[in-house]
Design a binder for this molecule. Structure first.
Ligand code: CUA
Length: 190
């Protein structure tokens, strides 16, 4: 029926329909341009990287020395009095498996994976991050209260995933072996 009409013989209603179509086409084009702009801006501005300070590491040689060598894993006290906890996540354990930290002191946690993607969260806190091979995951926090908390791996990492968890033991600053932690590292690993 429409084919039999000339363009100047539109029945009433067709022109209004075309106007609406054009309006929709324009607004959808504008929406796509805005969304594309957001994608370009956010990937250029933040970079498509893991969501922490981007710091890379060779995950295949952690045990050969450097920051994440075995002797460095655990809690040390920095010159400014804050605590630094270094942990390796690997199939299927955190090393050390019990972290000893003082309450009321700024704590920087640094984690590296020796193999695949692991998850790291500390129950009762808002700490929740991924540990990706090739990157160092850094989390800063201060534990207000002493007590024992669970730290399970929450990212499926293989057949032993459900058995992969550690403890975080927060002790009052006076009970924390600060002198020992200034000289080397401490933990409550068993
Ligand atoms: Cu490590 Cu799941």
């Amino acid at each position: 029926m429409a084919e039999t009409l000339h363009s100047d013989q539109h029945p009433p209603g067709i022109e209004a329909g075309e106007r609406t179509e054009r309006l929709w086409a324009r607004s959808m084009t504008a929406a796509m341009v805005v969304l594309l702009g957001v994608i370009v801006f956010s990937s250029a501005h933040w970079g498509l990287h893991p969501p922490s300070r981007v710091e890379t590491i060779d995950s295949t040689s952690l045990h050969e020395g450097g920051e994440f060598s075995e002797a460095n894993l655990g809690t040390s006290i920095a010159a400014d009095g804050s605590a630094v906890v270094r942990v390796v996540a690997q199939q299927y354990a955190f090393v050390p498996n019990c972290l000893l930290v003082p309450a009321g002191v700024p704590v920087t946690m640094r984690l590296a994976s020796a193999d695949v993607v692991h998850g790291f969260l500390i129950q009762g806190t808002n700490i929740n991050a991924m540990v990706l091979p090739g990157y160092v995951t850094t989390v800063r926090t201060t534990f207000a209260d002493s007590g024992e908390r669970l730290m399970p791996c929450h990212e499926f990492c293989g057949v032993g995933h459900q058995a992969m968890w550690a403890h975080v033991r927060v002790v009052e600053a006076g009970q924390f072996p600060s002198d020992e932690a200034k000289a080397k590292v401490v933990s409550c690993a068993r």
